[in-house]
Write a new protein. Structure first.
Length: 542
């Protein structure tokens, strides 16, 4: 079953499969959610791991049950004693225990790190008693106690104590009756800011050690040993540390504000206790500004840096906003202060629309500290569209929702609302969404010569109801332009969309001409094929 979880304010909600309802979820006792930063998520197995906003990392199942990713470990060492009546004989030391959380059928959701070790106790045809067990401050299901064999050092699973109330237990299970598998390697995760999955392990960055990667044991999402650390180049180079994780098929990208690296390898142990992971530098001249700008599509990562949008995939690292062969170049959007507020790039976020497919990036306009613009990058065509204005609401986040039919839909969130793209116009039916576009200043490759601009024609699809496109034409010189008029009036030209071609009259004389098109009618499609100005001649030439 597909499940979509969202954070709204200090609460979590489970969104229904059809996207029409949201049910508030219950947080574990003592856990709160920050509202001044973005939540970050990673799906693993049938669970969703949530970090950054919760005071402790969370794990959420498809029913909406929210649990701690890992309970805090016991603080107290157990105390051992010999009690008459049992059959166990030997000397036992180093007994430890953990806190467990299980689901309704007994599957382990999480297990804490070990308690401090007990002292030594000798028993002779007696019970081995354990007392002084800690009570967990978290919501747990049971305590699990591990002990060695007689005079041994390796721990094995011994006995479980249900609940979180009793503080003692006794048992005389023989050494031969212990689990055949040694106790697992466990560990407590830090308060994580970033999270990703790679090679069957969760990888994350804590809020204190922001320069290194912590990772779990293979296949155990709740086991975070303290020595499972990957140092990342550039330690201490800035106060931000690691800014983003970019999970691709064969590598996990690691972004700093001024560097892009990749973790490669199989993640398997090499026989000496070392894990087969390597860290390589992809670029010292490009980084990642915002984790929320990172989106992966067809094994290619798209993300925002200081001078534009980049892709990192099988073909290497490219700046897609610079374009190729003059196609799709919008570099000025990102390197000037005329279009977007570059100081707010760190708060940008994105979503993939897989239908087209598009990479859609949300940004603050120039002079604004509020997300109020978005742009689309057509992945197949390599073209850019926008900037678009979101006047109806203020976007706060964007993500994909997986429906029950296993289709992916892009969503945009605002305060109190979740918006979904759709073909039918059932939202905002009384408010028009303006379409406005301005073409290049035409100069016929001769900017200094006076020209005669003849009759202009507009070409469209035709049969588009009663739609009307306002056409503004300015001509003259770049510093001194005139508005073209129709029928000797000051009224702007217009194109009636029911026609496939409409002649709009002659323009006039000037060194250049520039055309702007506007439609702001409610629910009106606009399909234009282009415009034509004919004839265009240099003054004094035929």
């Amino acid at each position: 079953m597909a499940a979509t979880v969202v954070q709204a304010g200090p609460n979590l909600y489970l969104v229904s499969d059809d996207g029409t309802a949201a049910t508030q979820l219950t947080l574990p006792s003592g856990v709160t959610l920050r509202t001044d930063v973005k939540p970050r998520w990673q799906q693993i197995d049938n669970y969703l791991v949530m970090v950054n906003t919760p005071s402790q990392p969370l794990i959420i199942d498809s029913t909406g049950t929210v649990r701690l990713l890992c309970p805090k470990p016991p603080r107290l060492a157990p105390t051992l004693a010999a009690v008459a009546g049992g059959t166990l004989t030997g000397t036992y030391s180093g007994v430890r225990y953990t806190f467990l959380t299980v689901d309704s059928v007994g599957n382990i959701i999480s297990e804490s790190d070990f308690s401090p070790a007990s002292g030594s106790q000798q028993v002779s045809s007696q019970f081995l008693q354990v007392t002084g067990l800690d009570i967990s401050p978290d919501q747990i299901s049971r305590r699990r106690i591990y002990r060695p064999t007689n005079n041994g050092a390796v721990l094995f699973q011994w006995v479980d104590l249900d609940g979180n109330v009793q503080t003692s237990i006794q048992d005389d299970l023989s050494d031969a009756g212990l689990s055949l598998v040694a106790a697992p390697i466990l560990g407590t995760p830090p308060k994580l800011n970033l999270i990703a999955e790679f090679r069957g392990r969760l990888m994350g960055v804590g809020d204190v050690d922001v320069d290194n990667i912590r990772y779990t044991e293979a296949g155990v999402r709740y086991a975070w040993p303290e020595d499972n650390i990957l140092p990342i180049s550039g330690v201490g180079s800035d106060k931000f540390g690691i800014s983003a994780l970019l999970p691709r098929k064969e590598a996990l990208g690691v972004g700093r504000r001024d560097m892009l690296l990749a973790i490669t390898g199989t993640g398997a142990e090499d026989g000496t206790g070392n894990i087969d992971f390597n860290v390589v530098i992809i670029s010292r001249e490009c980084g990642v500004e915002s984790q929320e700008s990172v989106k992966i599509f067809r094994d290619t990562a798209y993300f925002l840096w200081k001078d534009g949008v980049y892709s990192w995939g099988p073909d290497g690292l490219k700046c897609v906003s610079d374009g190729e062969n003059g196609k799709g170049q919008v570099r000025t959007w990102f390197v000037t202060d005329q279009v977007f507020n570059r100081e707010q790039f760190k708060n940008a976020f994105a979503v993939i629309d897989p239908t087209h497919p598009h990479y859609r990036l949300f940004l603050c306009s120039a002079g604004s500290n509020v997300i109020d613009r978005f742009i689309d990058y057509d992945i197949n065509e390599g073209t850019w569209w926008g900037p678009h204005k979101t006047a109806a609401f203020t976007p706060t986040s964007a993500f994909q929702r997986i429906t029950d039919a296993d289709t992916s839909l892009p969503l945009v969130c605002s305060t109190g609302y979740i918006y979904q793209d759709q073909e039918t116009r059932t939202d905002g039916a009384s408010t028009a969404i303006a379409m406005e576009t301005t073409g290049k200043p035409h100069d016929m490759d001769d900017p200094d010569e006076e020209k005669y601009w003849g009759e202009m024609s507009i070409f469209g699809e035709g049969n588009q109801a009663n739609g009307v496109v306002d056409v503004s034409v300015r001509y003259g010189t770049l510093n001194n332009t005139l508005d073209a008029v129709q029928n000797n009036t000051t009224k702007n030209l217009y194109y009636q969309q029911k026609l496939t071609r409409q002649r709009l009259g002659r323009i006039g004389r000037g060194k250049h001409a520039q055309v702007s098109l506007l439609n702001s009618q409610v629910g009106q499609d606009v399909v234009l094929y282009g415009y034509e100005i004919d004839p265009v001649t240099l003054i004094g030439r035929r």
